[in-house]
Structures are given as C-alpha cells and as structure tokens.
Design a protein around this ligand. Structure first.
Ligand SMILES: C[S@@+](CC[C@H](N)C(=O)[O-])C[C@H]1O[C@@H](n2cnc3c(N)ncnc32)[C@H](O)[C@@H]1O
Length: 234
C-alpha cells in the first residue's frame, strides 16, 4: 500500500470523518485507515481496536513505523470495549459481515452515548445494520455504494436522531438502502442484477429440494419482486 493512499473503499470511509476527528476504528487489522487519516490530518486522533493478535501486532507495527503513537492508540479487545471511557466522537466498523457489525454495536450500546457519527461498511447483509440503527435511535445521513476489484461495497453513515425526528424504513428501504435506492448509481444496478440472478438460481434449486421450505420460497419470491421493481428503470 502506498503510504498516503487508501483503497477506494477506505478512502470513501475516510471522507466521512471530519477534520480533527477523534475516532475508533474497530477491527482495524493493519490500522491502514487511522494511519492515513492521522498522517494527513495532524489534528486527528484515533484508536485502532483489534480482537485478534495477528492483526493487532500488524496495527501496532504499522503505527510505530509511521511514528504515530502520539495520535493513534492500538488496543487489543473485543468490539467497543476498547473505547473505555475515552470521549471518542466517531466510530468506524468496516470490512465485516452485517451480522457481526450489528453484534458489535449491540454488545457495546452503552458506549454510544456521546458518539456523533457511525461509519459502517458491512460486506454483506447491510439490512441487518440498517435495522439495528433504526431500532436504536440512529438515522442514516448518507449511504455510498461503490465497486472495487470486482466487489461491491456499501457504506452507511448514521448519526443519533434528533428528538423530534421520526425515522421509519420500509422492508424494501432496509434491503436496498433508503438513500442508495433513490440515487441508483451503476454499482447499485450491478449489485441488484447479481442478487436477482442469485435469487433466481436459489429458487430454481429449491423446487428440487427433498423438503420444500414454503416460507423461504415466499420470502425469496417477495424479494425477487422488489428487485425486479428497482431494476425496472435501468
Ligand atoms: C476483514 S478485516 C477488516 C479490516 C479493516 N477494518 C478494513 O475494512 O479493511 C476484519 C478485522 O476485524 C477483526 N475483528 C473481528 N471481530 C472483531 C471484534 N469483535 N472486535 C474487534 N475486531 C474484530 C478481525 O480480526 C479482522 O482483523
């Protein structure tokens, strides 16, 4: 990795951090994101949280190699426990499944009181994350979908909802993203065409299953109809 250049995915995530951010990157692996953000913005501070020893050691070595230990603390620990009582303002959780991101948020919800912004990038099942956000008084302020190296990535940006703001999303908005489904860029169409194919294949296979799971078939058919609808105007 070029020392000041992030992948398009991490660059898009970094663009949601304000100048002078004090953020936690949970599941930081090599600490690529905090290192580049803090190199480019000396007023930024971060903690790089990692559960596993290998990635934790890589993060530690990378931060030390760039002499950034004054700006970045590398902490070994599970999910949001690494925040301790620090007054972190933004949290990034990227490059994991939506189910794991939801679990990390849920298990650490008492740490979210002073948080101004969550920047979440689920590799799959973004709807689980959107659903968790709505149920826990966050609202989506932006979403990005992009393609890099043949993969499609969704980035969800959420902030605590203001007292008088009512946020409810339909099942379709949870699946497609309330903002992404209004913008419908090329990556969006690409993702949902591939999901359409996947569901058609699974539905065809289900017809031959020894035991027909009617509930699952109904769910897939319902989602397929929604997908056909969002792809209609392509
Ligand atoms: C695929 S990497 C993503 C790295 C980086 N965030 C990115 O987006 O490029 C996921 C990282 O999350 C770490 N991880 C998984 N579960 C975690 C948890 N509960 N708390 C902290 N880190 C976790 C893994 O060890 C791994 O290094």
């Amino acid at each position: 990795m070029n020392e000041n250049v992030l992948s398009s995915r991490l660059q898009a995530i970094a663009s949601y951090l304000p100048k002078g951010a004090y953020f936690a990157d949970i599941g930081s692996d090599h600490a690529y994101l905090p290192v580049v953000v803090c190199r480019l913005d000396p007023s930024a501070r971060a903690i790089a949280g990692e559960l596993n020893d290998g990635p934790y050691q890589s993060a530690l070595a990378h931060v030390r190699a760039f002499n950034l230990s004054d700006q970045i603390e590398v902490i070994k620990g599970d999910g949001l426990t690494v925040l301790g009582d620090r007054s972190i303002k933004q949290i990034v959780i990227a490059g994991m499944g939506g189910g794991l991101i939801r679990t990390i948020l849920d298990q650490g919800k008492e740490k979210l009181a002073g948080i101004k912004r969550l920047i979440l990038q689920p590799n799959v099942e973004a709807r689980l994350v959107r659903d968790w956000l709505v149920k826990h008084n966050f609202c989506l302020i932006d979403e990005t979908i992009l393609k890099e190296d043949g993969h499609i990535y969704e980035i969800l940006v959420a902030e605590p909802k203001t007292a008088n703001k009512q946020v409810e999303y339909t099942e379709q908005e949870l699946l497609f993203g309330p903002i992404l489904s209004k913008q419908k860029n090329t990556a969006f169409y690409h993702k949902w065409k591939s999901e359409q194919k996947k569901r058609l294949r699974i539905l065809a296979e289900m017809q031959y299953a020894k035991q027909i799971d009617r509930e699952k078939i109904n769910q897939f058919e319902k989602e397929l109809a929604w997908i056909n609808e969002v792809l209609k105007d392509e």
